[in-house]
Design a protein around this ligand. Sequence first.
Ligand code: 13P
Length: 341
Amino acid sequence: MDKVGQMQQTIERLTSPGRGILAADESYPTITKRLADHNIESTEETRRFYRSLLANTPGIGEYVSGIIFFEETLGQKNDDGVRIPQACEQQDIVPGIKVDKGLTDLPGSPGDKITQGLDNLGDRLDGYLEQGALFTKWRNVYAISADTPSRQAIEANAEVLARYAAIVQSRGMVPIVEPEVLMDGSHSLERCAEVTEAAQSALFAALRRHQVILEAVILKPNMVLPGKDVQPRPSAEVCAQATLRVLRRTVPAAVPSINFLSGGQTCEEATANLNAMNQASVSKPWVLSFSYSRALQNPVQAAWAGDNANKAAAEQAFLKRARLNSLARQGQYRTELETTD
Ligand code: 13P
């Protein structure tokens, strides 16, 4: 199969009805922090056990179409000795890989960051492909303050994200592009909308400049919300209306799928907001689904608590959260299901 055919096939699998993506690609410092929240030590073995539990949960393939992993996991095996990417394929889950190398300060723009990792990216991709990964993720961040993000940060980050996407497509892999406007702070929903629109407009201009095939890209954006210090939180309908307004202004209809990050929302908030978007009557030419990390994994980590005897309970917690998000992806979630499901 040629590279375009390969990408089309991956997109079809990732966007199949009722399913979404799990991000299980936390870097060493991030997974250490997440597990520490549940008094779990992060070691090569605890990470292997936990991430193979996610990939091997019986029946999870009904709700999860793809899992984004961190480099380390691609080479690890489950308890049956099957490599984790191949174990995913057994449940028709597409294995993916986070390929950026994290953030650094952007000189000339105090308070702004730029994402690293373009050097040797093509060579690294060849290795990931051999290990079974068919799609990739790269995350940029934009912090909101009185002075940030600057125009320079918006343009520089768009350029880097587009270069990444072009390199990934040259290998026949599908790039997830993630321009994350952070929730930290006390900014208004309107300010988040303004920054999200600016970041996404610059991104799509850059993707065109770099001749990225829009039909083979997945956008992973933040939802449009006020900063997390703002109370009370807006209703799901308000979030959906504001988010769809920005997306309709910025994202071409050629893009097949928009898979949101959860960004520090509670599990229930992230699910309800996605549901409201899918229920909204305004026209939306893309699949609207999830690519959550915390909003899918938090209950699983709580149920596991680092004790492998809790494996079945952890799997049940994962199935429940994934099923509720699958319903939200179809606009069929109801809050009562949190207690009755
Ligand atoms: P959250 O859903 O926890 O925001 O993580 C998504 C992600 O993959 C960030 O890169």
